[in-house]
Design a protein around this ligand. Structure first.
Ligand code: SAH
Ligand code: SF4
Ligand code: F3S
Length: 477
């Protein structure tokens, strides 16, 4: 299906621009000329994608990005609250920024992202040298907050929004390889997984206007990019309703619209929720060669009682059925997962169910964690965090060991196969080798040959594999 922007959508953008305070903007641009910002990002891909929106907003102000924090006038840290360790890392970095600020007193330090949202003004009390605290839906207020901070006023804006999608902002690609890019298609999360802080830090789920997503993908393709990853905490619940016609666009339709940009533009997406992934999405994937055969489908636990406590709203059988369906409709699909070891009251047998579901699903890779209680979440309120740390760690190690074995076995099976690979750059170890990924998202290293460049597709036959990477040689197809 096709969707065209309605006049009202375009008019709205123009009106919003007109409404901007022209004088304030000009003044700010003058003050910011030649100023540099430095940004560090932690957490999920959405946070990295948000940093590119922040870079665009600051760029409009006249700031330019620098990789050297010592040179910068504004140091920003885009933070994550998902586990206690993530917050500890941020606090350590703030100590480093404090030292720079002591040496260069005019430097501003700003905390963005989920930790800003979770701790709000408390961060200013706890972290003496922080000047700005800005939540994920408030980045448009950065110019005002920076300007206030120059005037000596510390500022906080952590208002969450039901509408903000930053759809009209053209992200400035930071640390880009020029080939692969992320596009945020929605924000927030309406699920209430009991362990998870995200609904509190990111607010309600809202889907971005599809035309702006397709326009961003088209622009990236025209600039030489060859892969986009559509991002959301739960992409399967993407749903946009045209306010004029009530016509809707769901995730399967959005996937098709993005894949139609060009056959040479690969489309990936993350994250899928087992309760919401539809057969329509799977059939759309099967239909388009350029939609990659890879699904990140976090299971969290293989045990139905634990899944219920986690409020994941599916059980072991439901998850297994979804996995069977994926392999039935897309036989060469790779599936990856997230697992949490040692959730409240998890028994040894229940932990064992996680190991057996991993065997069943044959994950290509997984992100694996032990449970970390987050203040304010349902689990923190309702359940005791009663699994001793050494037990959590031992269970996690068992999960990691098994995943390594499964990944190794899976990768060994790829030896002798030929894959279409998008070249992303030089391999880390040698500039004589390229690195790139196949449709299944597996990293492949192979010797360079003449006339092939970053951003080109080539065919690679696999001749070696460990649990993390495949190695091969380019062949003619
Ligand atoms: N939206 C994604 C997950 C985003 S958070 C989804 O629904 O799957 C990324 C991962 O962090 C989660 O999948 C989960 O495995 C892990 N995680 C979230 N909260 C956690 C906690 N309190 N302790 C340990 N791991 C957690
Ligand atoms: Fe967190 Fe669950 Fe939402 Fe994922 S789906 S972000 S785990 S609440
Ligand atoms: Fe972390 Fe926030 Fe992402 S808590 S995982 S940065 S949504």
């Amino acid at each position: 299906m096709r969707y065209k922007p309605t006049d009202s959508v375009l008019d709205k953008n123009i009106d919003e621009k007109k409404q901007g305070d022209v004088f304030f903007k000009e003044q700010l641009q003058k003050n910011s000329q030649g100023k540099q910002f430095y940004i560090e990002s932690y957490g999920c891909q959405m946070n990295f994608s948000d940093s590119e929106i922040v870079a665009s907003i600051l760029g409009e102000m006249g700031f330019s990005p620098t990789r050297n924090m010592e040179d910068s006038d504004l140091i920003l840290i885009n933070t994550c609250s998902i586990r206690e360790k993530a917050e500890d890392t941020v606090r350590k970095r703030l100590r480093v920024f404090d030292k720079i600020k002591e040496r260069k007193p005019g430097t501003l330090v700003g905390v963005l992202g989920c930790m800003a949202e979770r701790l709000k003004a408390k961060l200013l009390e706890q972290e003496r040298l922080v000047d700005l605290v800005v939540g994920p839906d408030a980045y448009r207020s950065l110019p005002q907050l920076v300007s206030d901070a120059w005037g000596g006023d510390k500022g906080v804006n952590v208002l969450l929004s039901r509408e903000e999608t930053y759809a009209d902002i053209n992200p400035v690609r930071l640390d880009s390889n020029g080939v692969t890019a992320f596009i945020s298609i929605m924000r927030g999360c309406n699920n209430m997984c009991s362990f998870c802080i995200v609904p509190f830090t990111r607010g309600r789920e809202r889907s971005r206007e599809p035309f702006s997503i397709v326009a961003e993908a088209t622009d990236l393709f025209n600039r030489g990019y060859r892969e986009v990853t559509l991002l959301g905490q739960n992409v399967d619940s993407f749903l946009w309703k045209n306010p004029e016609t009530n016509e809707t666009v769901n995730f399967a339709q959005l996937l098709a619209m993005t894949a139609d940009v060009h056959p040479d533009l690969r489309v990936r997406f993350s994250t899928s929720h087992p309760k919401d992934i539809t057969d329509e999405v799977l059939h759309t994937m099967a239909q388009y060669e350029n939609i990659c055969n890879y699904i990140h489908l976090p299971v969290q636990s293989g045990n139905s009682r634990v899944l219920e406590l986690m409020n994941r709203t599916y059980d072991r059988e439901w998850y297994m059925e979804r996995v069977n369906k994926i392999y039935e409709i897309i036989p060469d699909c790779a599936i990856s997962s997230d697992m949490i070891a040692g959730f409240c009251s998890e028994t040894e047998e229940e932990h064992h169910d996680t190991l057996t579901i991993m065997e069943f699903a044959q994950y290509s890779m997984s992100y694996m964690f032990f449970y970390s209680e987050r203040p304010g979440t349902l689990a923190a309120k309702k359940y005791e965090d009663d699994i001793p740390l050494e037990v959590k760690k031992r269970r996690l190690n068992e999960i990691i060991r098994l995943q390594n074995q499964i990944s190794f076995k899976q990768n060994q099976k790829d030896i002798g196969k030929t894959f279409k690979v998008l070249i992303e750059g030089d391999s880390k170890k040698s500039d004589q080798d390229f690195k790139g990924r196949n449709s299944q998202n597996k990293m492949i290293i192979f010797p360079k040959i003449a006339n092939l460049n970053v951003g080109d597709y080539c065919y690679v036959t696999i001749n070696d594999a460990n649990s993390a990477t495949l190695k091969g040689e380019i062949v003619n197809e």
